[in-house]
Each structure stands twice: as C-alpha cells, then as structure tokens.
Design a protein around this ligand. Structure first.
Ligand code: OGA
Ligand code: MN
Length: 213
C-alpha cells in the first residue's frame, strides 16, 4: 500500500475512533520546508493580518479571543508548494467523501502565525451561517518544537481533554461542528496552515464570503 494511502487511512481511523486523526507522513520534509519558507517570506514582507471571528458582516477582530495573524491561501497560487498542498488536501477530501458518509466539495486554508504569548480560546469552528465547514485540518510547521514551547492544541473529548503538540509536519483533522478546542498560549513563534474541508451548495461556491472563526 502506498505511504500516502496509509496516511489517509490513519487519519480517518483516528477521526472515527477517537474524534481526531493525526499523521506525520502526508508531506515530505522537503515539501514542509517549501511551505515553511513561503510562510516566512510572507511574514518578512508583513503580509499576515489579524485573524477575525464571526462571519459576513458580523466578523470582527477580538484580541481577547484570538490574536494570531493569518494569510488566506489561493488554490491557483503560482507557488508550487501551495499548489501541491491543495492537491493533497483535495485527495484527502476525495478519500473522505468516498469512505465516510460525508460530502465535501470545497477547500479553504490560511497560514497562521501566533507570536509569543498569543492563543485562541476554546471554540468550535463551525457556527451559525457557516455550517459548510465539515472538517478542520491543521498542519504544523514548527521546527524543533519542545515541551516548554507551549502552544499545544487542547481538544475537549467526551469526558477527557488531550493536548496535541504542534510539531513539525504533524497534520490533525477533526469534525468542525463537534470538537471544541483551543490553542494554549505559545512561548515561541508558532506556525501552521489551518483550514476546512467544506460542503457548499453548488451556487454558493465562490460566492460564499470567507468565514473567519
Ligand atoms: C483555528 C484553530 C488550531 C491550531 O484556527 O480555528 O483552532 O492548533 N487552530 O492552530
Ligand atoms: Mn479552531
């Protein structure tokens, strides 16, 4: 079995058996380095912007809730590593549509940067007016993450909590309308790509305003 099929199976089995899936093997080290280099370049060029919460005309910047900075990614980007990233997310989305009882037809992703001291309080990713978000996916890009570095993803499972380390190359997936989670304060500059596998009614794709949460 190919390594990537094995990674997809592992992600889905985690999703089903314990509410979140984790994999280190969806991206090669060179691919991760390419994504990371592009993110660092955007940051150097000061192109990341404060993340918002809510959607449509209700969106607002609420620094007491989250204070990361983001940059929305374009599937048609001329950056080869971004196109490769979307290719893999499309494959993941197709695999889930085929193997789970879930229809997915649209992707949205952004880079995220949490500076030291930054966090995102407990929340659900899916919300009123934005129920198109079915699965949340995060790829961590933190070289040499150590325990003291903080910034773990805390997930609230039934009856217990778990901490997920934002280690280099780890990809996490969970249901956007079910799993409450938060980003604990980080002690380092914390980098990731975060996004959603969505289902949008046909007429809505593209016309749908970007939802921030
Ligand atoms: C989010 C989020 C988690 C993480 O952006 O909605 O919950 O670990 N991110 O970055
Ligand atoms: Mn979230």
């Amino acid at each position: 079995m190919s390594e990537s099929l094995e990674a997809l199976e592992g992600l889905v089995s985690g999703l089903i058996t314990r509410a979140y899936g984790e994999s280190y093997s969806l991206f090669s080290n060179d691919e991760l380095k390419g994504l990371y280099a592009y993110l660092r370049q955007l940051k150097t060029e000061d192109l990341l912007r404060p993340a918002k919460i809510g959607s449509g005309h209700e969106e607002q910047i609420l620094k007491q809730v989250r204070n990361d900075q983001i940059y929305w990614l374009d599937q048609q980007s001329d950056q080869p590593f971004i196109r490769l990233f979307f290719d893999k997310m499309n494959k993941l989305s197709e695999y889930i549509t085929k193997t789970c009882f879930l229809s997915l037809n649209h992707l949205e992703f952004h880079f995220a940067h949490y500076a030291p001291g930054h966090y995102y309080l407990r929340h659900l990713d899916s919300f009123r007016g934005g129920l198109s978000r079915k699965l949340s996916v995060i790829l961590y890009l933190n070289p040499d993450w150590q325990k003291d570095d903080g910034g773990e993803l805390k997930v609230y499972l039934k009856g217990r909590e778990a901490l997920i380390n934002p280690c280099w190359g780890k990809l996490v997936i969970f249901k956007s309308d079910e799993l409450e989670h938060e980003v604990l304060p980080t002690n380092i500059h914390r980098f990731s790509i975060c996004g959603w596998l969505r289902y949008d009614e046909v007429g809505q794709i593209g016309a749908f305003p970007k939802a921030f949460f």
